[in-house]
Ligand binder design. Sequence first.
Ligand code: NAD
Ligand code: UDP
Length: 349
Amino acid sequence: MNYLGNIRAQSSAEAIYRRRSSPQKPQKSKKIIVAGGAGFLGSHLCETLLQAGHQVVCLDNFSTGLRRNIDHLERFDTFKVIAHDIVQPFDLKVDEIYNLACPASPPHYQLDPIHTTKTCVLGSLNLLELASRTGARILQASTSEVYGDPNVHPQIESYWGNVNPFGPRSCYDEGKRCAETLFFDFHKKLQVEVKVVRIFNTYGPRMRPDDGRVVSNFIVQALTGQDITIYGDGSQTRSFCFVDDLVDGFLRMMASPPSLTGPVNLGNPGEFTIGELAEQVIGMTGSQSRIIHHPLPTDDPRQRRPDISLATQELGWRPHVDLAQGLVQTIDYFERLLARTTRELAEAM
Ligand code: NAD
Ligand code: UDP
């Protein structure tokens, strides 16, 4: 078996292990809002919650989310999709709310930075008010971006960060920081049961081909023979978490005792330079693509790696899928997606 075949066999064994070890039937079916449920992470979360027997309401404004991410969930009569922008108030009696609504890719959140800040701040406020009115427990998808370009490495939850308040990334970074402030003040003042997780770079199937984040860019470029675009010299680092591991972390955090509010880091501590990631994607796809360099974007963090001691201690959580295994599944996804798109284009001509 070649390198890729070997990794594929390992990752399907891993998938079977994860399916067997994850809880299948909930004690009690809950009604749950997933805001941002048509996005990359949200669609996986909706799917897992539905498979566990819960009723799921996906709220999404479809700014970066896609219908095709959730089309296959329509077979569940416990699934409802509502087109809604969380910047506007929303009312529905539910048990739990996951707030994932926000564009996460830098080119996407920088397209309309004012709306990104509104989504983070007014969107969180609206969902917190809903939680306060209905007694729902609420989880916020915060981000490693709250650490900015970190001076402390690896990043631990007690580090306050190094964030530019008026740069191109600020709408997202400061928006998410303000959202955390709101979450903890609603907890302290109004006794809302809050859960805040800080997500480090997560990748996997259902990222958009035009998402703009590094993993999807490199894979799509490698599979289509385009140049692989490294921004800067490629020595900056990131730690990449596979989506299944992250969803497991979400569920554990939501189910944790009320005293655990977070913030809790969720990410894979394996740290790679962007140059190493490019080489790995080229090697795994067998691509002939060349590497080219573009200027490093303003305020691009130099290094990033989560300290996950708190998640391990409090949630018994740690990631199981390493980068090579996760890339196999992600490359498979994009191969199939690109083949389908090419076929559809050919049929339409
Ligand atoms: P994504 O862009 O694929 O998904 C975001 C979803 O939210 C999309 O479906 C989008 O249409 C929806 N949305 C955006 N603004 C909205 C609004 N105002 N009202 C309603 N819906 C809205 O991104 P993702 O990678 O799935 O990220 C999901 C969440 O996790 C985001 O909040 C992001 O900040 C957070 N996060 C993700 C990562 C990661 O690496 N994937 C890292 C840190 C934090
Ligand atoms: N990056 C890159 N080429 C790309 C896309 C991104 O070199 O085509 C770099 C980017 O400059 C950053 C890292 O990869 O240093 C991660 O970028 P991404 O947008 O995925 O996430 P974030 O910067 O928010 O961590």
